[in-house]
Design a protein around this ligand. Sequence first.
Ligand code: G3H
Ligand code: 13P
Ligand code: NA
Ligand code: ZN
Length: 308
Amino acid sequence: ALVNSTEMFKKAYEGGYAVGAFNVNNMEIIQGIVSAAQEENAPLILQVSAGARKYASPIYLKKLVEAAIEETGLDIVLHLDHGEDFEICKACIDDGFSSVMIDGSKYPLDENIALTKRVVEYAHDRGVTVEAELGKLAGVEDDVKVSAKDATYTDPDEAVEFVERTGVDSLAIAIGTSHGAYKFKGDPKLDFARLETISAKLPNYPLVLHGASSVPQEFVELCNKYGAQIPGAQGVPEEMLRQAAHSGVCKINIDTDLRLALTASIRKTFTENPGEFDPRKYLGPGRDAIKKMVQHKIKNVLGCSGKR
Ligand code: G3H
Ligand code: 13P
Ligand code: NA
Ligand code: ZN
């Protein structure tokens, strides 16, 4: 069934695992992810960004996710990723999403709280759960200096105040991850001490980790071997994600790894079979590559296999 995140996060918190939240943009991506979750009997969050919504047109992704639920009988959360204002959150709630993110992280604390609260009120009246964000993830180009770094990471006391004042269902925190394929210049490093502190101050409260792709070197190398130019791509090591999944982190966001798996596969097909121009012949293997990658995450990284 289409479900909100309440029970899923409660079980994840108690079970010491995380649910994968995968970004979807088309049918093959959805099918690859869903068949992995089905085989692993895993809980699943499919999330749609504003860009995905625009690319596919609002209704298509909703209908594809409905088809996946109908075919598999899985419990799936359909979630808006990084909603930037009240209006897009409202539109998705009205369209039948079961969960939304309001990302007010760029605003000062009081504004972020006011905006989040407004979305929470609208959503909760309709049985929809809400994720918010506090603290800023480093941008791909951001050259965050060590001295300025602390200011962008989530402040634990502010997190407590934020959750109390908004009533939001889950909170995305900044502890050193970032979006995209270039997460670290040197050695990967996350502020686990901060995560522990936040978690200790918010017992039984589900936290969310954005920018959590591991950027498997296997895919980067395949892409580059078959003509891509993505040198130096680096993600969050799987061991760190396992550690996060064992903590209060109940939702781990993955988009970049889907893009890399799909692109590596398509590039390989194009190089090896230059005469091929039937989309099913390259999107099909791409879908298989996504399934394999997601199944690995569910089993070996998130810990949510069999936790449906
Ligand atoms: O957080 C960003 C996600 O990777 C979605 O990316 O806005 O390009 O769809 P997008
Ligand atoms: P990645 O770029 O690490 O996959 O992060 C995705 C994300 O946080 C979507 O909200
Ligand atoms: Na967890
Ligand atoms: Zn994100």
